[in-house]
Design a protein around this ligand. Sequence first.
Ligand SMILES: O=CC(=O)O
Length: 382
Amino acid sequence: MARGGIYCVMRSDELRNADRKQWLRMDLWKMVVIRVESGINCEVIAVQNETREEILSKIHGVDALLWATHIKIDKEILDAAGSQMKTIGSMSAGYNHIDLEELKKRGIKMGNTPKVLNAAVADTAILLGLAASRRLHEGRLLIQDGKWNPSEWILGQDIAGSTVGIIGLGGIGSATARRLQAFEVKEIVYTGHREKPEGIELGARFIPLNESDYLIRNSDFIFVSVPLTPETEGMCNEEFFSKMKKTAVFVNTSRGKVVDQKALVKALKQGQIFAAGLDVMTPEPLPTDDELLTLPNVDVNFCFHTGEVPRQKTREAMGKLTVENIVKGLKGEPMITPVVSNGRTNTRRTKNRTLTVTGRRKYFNLPIHIAVNSVYYYCVIG
Ligand SMILES: O=CC(=O)O
């Protein structure tokens, strides 16, 4: 049975006492409060830990879920929620952690948050690309070790005049390309299933997938911005890295599993490629003794798969869009950015996306986790 009424577990004194790490949570909280104030009969429950067990124990009877964690939404979660739960808002652009087939079977609508995070993730891609190309991390390590020796310091790779390859010219890929233009690159090439109008606007040259070797072999920088699908999983493997230029920089802001990480480590260790900048890794959180962290030529995003998170406005926009999707879903209206509508996958938006994604992904503790429960919201505060 669906629950009802207004019920807020998170109290205002918790908000006042929130430390710096909680500012993101507070934004979401404000958003939820706005919703409550604007007359939606809303129950809010804060869950203190982001664990599957805790979520499982608390979602029974909800009417909707606002999912701001990469914990997998699968049969078990859906069963725990119950058959009345027909609406999910995922606060993410990617949805490889959601079993879409299972949603379709159960007639559950699901929306995500594309576009609003493009700029923030593209900024992260550029940040990582530049940091890796200029050996930022390595330089810091040398200074720390007292090895200040500018004359022997081999500078990194130039981005000006370079050929940049983008794998996946979607929203994030295009935003990355737009930023790259300001760096006076020589050429941007991209690959994917089809030529994109955005590519033409950006003056980027399309390389069909079956000729993508050209992109791999000729790019000075490779930016990966594809969704994780069975097709892209492990796509950047030993063969891929062996084709790259020894001077090339590899940047991944998509999903860790798109890369065969062992192959990447090998390529970095053996100097098959120059450096890598990573926003995403496998697993997440990356174990502190992972070999990746021992390599001087790897720049790992200081915010751990949070390309979009450090931007407060972005996070807020993602939250708002998620809530709008949910509210619309609950009212029986079309979601603003649907992935699965009325139990069917929205084909317009998902044309180039693989619909069935399996495999549990364990992610870091996102600061905000909210499940929305029909006219009540269920907050999972990590
Ligand atoms: O990784 C983040 C997202 O998919 O939004």
